[in-house]
Design a protein around this ligand. Structure first.
Ligand code: AMP
Ligand code: GLY
Length: 412
């Protein structure tokens, strides 16, 4: 079987590498991929638009396409491919509203009776301001924009002044409605399922580090590192997680919106158990880079079972080892990445014990250079999190480029 993975980041590097291990896969291309992936033995094809990807798949006799980034999930790529008889593992644009509309997501969670924060919806600044003034701020209030906001659409407000400012700023930037949510206190984690429209397997859990520095009020990023599994889940939480995915998929199905694809639950473990903060309709980046190396089950086999609606009775086995992934970014990230275009020095990949996943890189005179915010990351796997962490940092220290920055406290 020939496969295409769509995307060019570290997440797609990890997915493609895992898929390539499968005996079911003959040829695999990452479209468009990046030159770092090529160094790592993958084949990339410089095709980026849905039209070009469709044409490429027809030329190369590709029978399965796995989409990484959300932008392609929201495009017409799946529809185009399926019209041509090519399987595409991704949710439909309607099901993808789980991520692109927090209001839609909240509606699904409530109707499916999945635990989630209480929430009021305000369709105007006047109503929003009236609501925030009724809140007593013994607990913070969370103000959220409805649509996609590149990580800038959620304010956790511990005072009336901040909540009023959030209403003004978010209302101006992203428009109404705004959601006013109860603030959940606890530990955050990411959990992933692979779904076929009706059935699912849980792929596993991870914890990511969203802030640029250890300061919890520093800038929000795409993710500076992750470890897997998340270590504070007990058997009761595992059962609750299963029930969360199961109820969500059953409800969506009952509404004629079968969900096929990766499903990413952003969760809070509170004193009262697991609550869903949000759903994303894709794998997490960088959680995927921590999770994939632990996956023992053939990923291609699972995805083929999903696109043919045969996931029932499939199982997903993970190594009991722990994985730690640390991301290196360009100076100035996330606001204004700078010193771009400088050569990346790294040891021969074959001499490294751990895996480098490349993201914001390109090639100049046969040399990898940094061209993006998140440039690359190293994943190490070991019997304990602390060993994995030490190994990941050991290899990261052998890599350098001008302005390289990484957090020193991932998985501490
Ligand atoms: P979201 O885009 O909804 O996941 O929100 C982004 C981040 O805001 C989450 O990862 C949480 O850290 C925080 N957050 C969102 N909703 C809540 C909530 N109801 N209570 C506490 N923190 C929240
Ligand atoms: N790491 C969080 C995300 O992928 O959205």
């Amino acid at each position: 079987m020939n496969i295409v993975v769509v995307g060019k980041g570290g997440r797609e590097h990890a997915l493609a590498k895992k898929l390539k291990e499968s005996p079911l896969v003959t040829d695999l291309w990452v479209c468009p991929g990046n030159p770092g992936m090529k160094e790592g033995g993958l084949t990339c094809a410089p095709v980026e638009s849905p039209e070009a990807i469709e044409k490429f798949c027809l030329e190369k006799n590709v029978s399965l396409v796995v989409i990484g980034p959300e932008a392609f999930i929201l495009s017409d790529l799946k529809e185009r491919l399926e019209e041509k008889g090519i399987y595409c593992f991704a949710p439909s644009p309607k099901a993808a509203e789980l991520e692109s509309s927090k209001l839609f997501c909240k509606g699904v969670l409530k109707a499916a009776q999945v635990p989630t924060a209480k929430c009021a919806v305000a369709y105007s600044a006047e109503v929003a301001l009236r609501s925030v003034r009724e809140h007593d701020f013994a607990e913070p209030l969370v103000v959220k924009a409805d649509g996609l906001a590149a990580g800038k659409g959620v304010w956790v407000c511990d005072s009336l002044a901040k909540a009023e400012e959030a209403v003004r700023v978010l209302g101006t930037q992203f428009g109404f409605p705004l959601l006013l949510e109860e603030c959940l206190l606890g530990q955050e984690l990411s959990a992933f399922a692979l779904c076929d429209g009706e059935d699912f397997v849980v792929l596993g859990t991870a914890c990511d580090y969203k802030r640029i520095t250890p300061d919890p009020f520093s800038a929000n990023t795409g993710g500076m590192g992750a470890y897997s599994p998340c270590e504070f889940m007990n058997p009761e939480d595992e059962a609750a997680l299963h029930s969360i995915f199961s109820k969500t998929l059953r409800y969506l199905n009952s509404q004629n919106i079968p969900y096929q694809g990766f499903l990413f639950a952003g969760l809070m473990k509170t004193a009262k158990g697991l609550y869903v903060l949000e759903y994303n309709v894709r794998m997490g980046d960088p959680e995927t880079q921590a999770l994939m190396p632990r996956l023992k089950t053939d990923l291609a086999k699972l995805i083929v079972a999903a696109v043919t609606h045969e996931l029932k009775n499939q199982r997903c086995e993970l190594s009991s080892e722990k994985a730690v992934h640390v991301v290196a970014v360009s100076q100035g990230y996330p606001q204004t990445p700078m010193l771009l275009g400088s050569p990346i020095s790294y040891p021969a990949l074959s001499t490294l014990k751990n895996q480098i996943y490349f993201a914001g890189v390109s090639e100049k005179q046969n040399h990898l250079i940094n061209t993006g915010g998140r440039v690359l990351g190293v994943t190490a796997v070991a019997p304990t999190r602390h060993e994995a962490r030490a190994l990941a940092y050991q290899d990261l220290k052998k890599i350098s480029f001008e302005g390289m920055y990484y957090r020193e406290d991932i998985a501490e």
